[in-house]
Write a protein that binds this ligand. Structure first.
Ligand code: APR
Length: 235
């Protein structure tokens, strides 16, 4: 009888801190994006109605930085873990660094900055070649293309799938998120009770009501290495 090795499901919720060591700004740290920009001017549907040129410029600047960024040790460590676990990444990040590192199961809760979509038919999504999406870039229906990201006040289409993935986790890992934004932060409420939870962040991130938490107070690059060591001891 062939021994079927069913790998444990390791679910990882990542936020902007995951990409900090790749040179991408976080949102709420000192020097973060929301210190430089007013969210309500660049990341809401009202902002888009009021000043689409400013919104497009905000995302063009971030996309340019992304094109110069590379995955860091944290991204690569999560790919390494795929050798021993069935790794599912649920990310709040709109960058593609998990994919570029080689992660194969990545669910974007807040969209993808290197994609655009029609403002007439939201199911029409396109890759953005290069760094810029500009006024006058139209979909084949003739409507202005917008960044394929979730703005504040918009629904999070992937949250149902993310809840299901979180509910199947044997191990749940939180990396580089302040857990400030819902529904993403609420995913912790959907994990099975008493499964091991690891939180990797240089700051202290409260996880109220969650049992069995191991805190790894390190940046993502080093923290994922520490996680790998802890998980290998459990093998
Ligand atoms: N490694 C790991 N974590 C880090 C690092 C690092 N090198 N540097 C900073 N952090 C941590 C911070 O301590 C903080 O807890 O990353 C977290 C970043 O938190 P936020 O800036 O709030 O980013 P995030 O939680 O991803 O924001 C969620 O809010 O603005 C919206 O849509 C946006 O997806 C974003 C969402």
């Amino acid at each position: 009888m062939r021994q079927i090795n069913i790998m444990k499901k390791l679910v990882v919720l990542t936020g902007a801190g995951m990409s900090a060591e790749s040179g991408l700004k976080t949102f709420r740290d000192s020097g973060g994006l929301w210190e430089q920009y007013n969210v309500y001017e660049v990341a809401t549907p009202e902002a888009w109605e009021r000043d689409p040129v400013l919104v497009l410029r905000f995302y063009n600047e971030r996309r340019k930085q992304l094109l110069d960024a590379v995955p860091n040790e944290g991204h690569l460590g999560l790919v390494e873990l795929e050798k021993r676990f069935d790794v599912h990444i649920i990310t709040q990040n709109v960058d593609d660094l998990h994919e570029r590192a080689g992660s194969r199961k990545v669910l974007h809760l807040h969209g993808e900055i290197r994609k655009s979509r029609s403002t007439r038919n939201p199911s029409r999504v396109y890759d953005i070649e290069g760094a810029e999406l500009n006024p006058g870039d139209l979909c084949e229906l003739g409507s202005q293309l917008r960044p394929h990201v979730v703005w504040f006040g918009e629904p999070v289409p992937a949250i149902g799938e993310a809840m299901a993935v979180a509910g199947e986790a044997d191990i749940f890992v939180v990396i580089g998120t302040s857990l400030n934004v819902y529904p993403a932060a609420g995913l912790l409420q959907y994990i099975k009770p008493a499964i091991p939870v690891y939180i990797i962040d240089p700051a202290d991130i409260p996880a109220p009501g969650i049992e069995n938490v191991t805190v790894i107070r390190e940046p993502a690059g080093r923290g994922v290495k520490t996680l790998m060591e802890l998980l290998s001891k459990q093998a």
